[in-house]
Each structure stands twice: as C-alpha cells, then as structure tokens.
Design a protein around this ligand. Structure first.
Ligand code: AMP
Ligand code: TRP
Length: 331
C-alpha cells in the first residue's frame, strides 16, 4: 500500500518559532515523515500579508527552513520547500478564487478577527484571499491529511468545500483532505499569562519560549514564570493554570506522564519544579539552536536542500495544475 500523503505549512513571520509551535505542530511534522509521504513548506507568500522589511523577511524565510531541519524535519525523508519556489500555488489559487463566494471568504473567522483589529484601510486583499491560497497549497499535492492546530480547522473545511466544488463542477481531480487536528498537546500557554495561548503576538516576550533563545534567557523565563496559590505541583487547569502549563511542557518533552511528574515533585517547592522544567526545555533547545546556526552559517548547503525540495514539489504541483487547467477549458 502506498503511503498516505500529508502536507503542512508554517509562516516565516518571526526570527524564531516558539515552544507552542514546536509542541503543538512541528513535533508532529517530524513524527509523520517516517510513515507518510510528507510535504512541508515555509509559506512565505502567506507572510506577505504582514508588511515586513525585505531583508528581515529574507532572513526569516531561511531561519524558518533551518529551524525545521534543526528540529528533525529530514529533507531525505520528506519534501521540504519554500512556497514561492513553486509557482503553481499562485496559479491554482486564482482558479480557486474564481469558484469561491465573496461571502464565503468573508465568513472566515481569522480574516474577520484580523480585519476588525486592523480596520479596512490597514487590511489588504491578501488577507481576504489568504485561506484560498492555503487551499491551493493543500489541493495541489493531493494531500490526505493536513496536520494543523485547532485554529486552522475552518481553513481546512474551506479547502474541502472548494475541492469538492471543483470536482463536481469540472472533473474529479482533487483528493479531498482530512484535517488532522493535533489534540493531545494542542495548547501551550504563556508563562506570564497561563490562561492565554503562547503566541508571538503577546504584549511581552517574557512568557514566550523561543526555540532560538539562549539557555540563560530560557532559564530566566522559567524562573520568573507565573505560578499559582498553594505550593503543590498538581495538574488542575482551573485553579492552577501556571503549574498545569509547566507540567504539560515537561511531560511533552520528557515523555513522562503528568501523574508521574506529580509524584516526582510531591513535597518539593515550585522553585525546584521550575528549574527542572527549564532543564528539560534547555536540553531540547540547545542542540536545535546550534544546528540552526550551523545551517545559517552555510547558506549554500541550506539553499541546495531547498532547491531539491522545490524540484520535487514542482513535479507534483505542476501535474495537478495541468489537469486543472485542462478541466476548466484553458487551451
Ligand atoms: P502560528 O505561528 O500562530 O501561525 O502557528 C503555527 C502553528 O503552531 C499552527 O499550527 C498553530 O496551531 C500552532 N501553535 C501556535 N501557537 C500554539 C500554542 N500556544 N500551542 C500549541 N500550538 C500552537
Ligand atoms: N494558515 C496556516 C497557519 O497560520 C499556515 C498555512 C498556510 C498552512 N498554508 C498551509 C497550514 C497549508 C497547513 C497547510 O498556521
């Protein structure tokens, strides 16, 4: 039986990914590449919806690819590429835009949130068509599964609707993908505000653990993390959101169960526990930081890897696009 195909993408909107990205999504990418035909892309075109200095953007695209490799996305096991290296993404997106209703696109909650925050003058049309480009990313590769966080569920639903609509209007060209919402570790919270999701849009970075933070910075962020009343290390999201978040992080990285961790730290104070969580995190992140730096110092090698990924991605994507163009009557 041939392997199931997965596709996922991540935006290069920051210098460093954070622990929420890693535990919520990227760790799963690494696991899936072993028994799936995996396509992973750095979605640089999506990142254009946020105005960024060109030099900064360029660095972030390379840093994103380097970090993916550093966390274990293995270019010899999967297809790792940069979205803009495959022109078929834009080409299919246009075709899909022409079968998407204006109201349908307007109902996307992420667009509604972002455009409400920014106001119409600061909202570009790219933000409006963003989910349709995402649908093109997925449908081009005939993906079976799309591993993403819960926040992307609606975009995957739209992808399915557009794929089905195209298939019934024209020809059965697209495989209709399933979302693979990452459940067990779906949410890592901010260390300073443990009732809110860890996010780069947080008002302060003090509670956001970046993969490329130095060990000193990581230790400091854990030491000053917000804990809760009482002094017991117990998992209880309602009354102990801080400690529960730290337990989730430790468990996700060490592989120990929450229950075992509660036992291990019973009778010890919050201080010891925080130091232990920091140690687990640092021992995971330090090699990631080193490997990322090596790749950034040898960009020739990095670009060679990405060119190889793009060649493979282009093969698959071009074949799908050709079938689409033919089905809709382009000559
Ligand atoms: P973003 O950087 O918000 O675009 O997220 C990239 C990926 O990481 C998406 O699949 C998100 O669902 C996931 N993600 C982002 N923040 C978190 C978090 N705090 N906990 C778990 N997953 C997250
Ligand atoms: N919108 C996704 C996010 O913000 C990123 C993305 C773009 C994506 N294209 C994709 C994710 C295709 C999965 C598949 O996380």
């Amino acid at each position: 039986m041939s392997k199931k195909r997965v596709l996922s993408g991540i935006q290069p909107t920051h210098d460093s990914f954070h622990l929420g990205n890693y535990l919520g999504a990227l760790k799963q990418w690494v696991e899936l590449q072993h028994d799936h035909d995996a396509f992973y892309c750095v979605v640089d075109l999506h990142a254009l919806t946020i105005e960024t200095d060109p030099k900064v953007l360029q660095k972030r695209i390379l840093l994103s690819a380097a970090q993916l490799i550093a966390i274990g996305v293995d270019p010899s096991k999967c297809t790792l590429f940069i979205q803009s290296h495959v022109p078929a993404h834009n080409q299919l997106a246009w075709v899909l835009e022409c079968i998407t209703g204006f109201g349908e696109a307007g109902r996307m909650t992420q667009f509604k949130d972002k455009s409400q925050k920014g106001g119409t003058d600061r909202t570009n049309v790219g933000l409006f068509t963003y989910p349709i480009l995402q649908a093109a990313d997925i449908l081009l590769y005939q993906a079976d599964f799309v591993p993403v966080g819960e926040d992307q569920r609606q975009h995957i639903e739209l992808t399915r609707d557009l794929g089905q609509r195209f298939n019934s209007k024209f020809n059965e060209i697209f495989n209709i993908p399933q979302p693979q919402i990452i459940k067990s570790l779906a949410k890592i919270n901010d260390l300073q505000d443990p009732t809110a999701k860890m996010s780069k849009s947080a008002s302060s970075m003090a509670g956001v653990i970046e993969l490329l933070d130095s060990p000193e910075v990581t230790l400091k962020k854990f030491k000053s993390s917000v804990t809760d009343d009482g002094k017991e290390v117990k998992f209880d999201e309602k009354s102990k959101p801080g400690i529960s978040n730290l337990l989730t992080i430790h468990s996700a990285l060490s592989g120990k169960s929450i229950q075992d961790l509660e036992g291990e730290f019973s009778g010890k104070g919050y201080g010891d526990f925080k130091a232990a969580v920091a140690e687990v995190v640092i021992s995971k992140l330090e090699p990631i930081g080193k490997r990322t730096k090596e790749l950034m110092d040898d960009q020739g090698e990095l670009i060679r890897i990405l060119n190889k990924g793009a060649a493979r991605a282009n093969e698959v994507a071009t074949a799908t696009l050709k079938a689409v163009y033919s089905a809709i009557g382009l000559v």
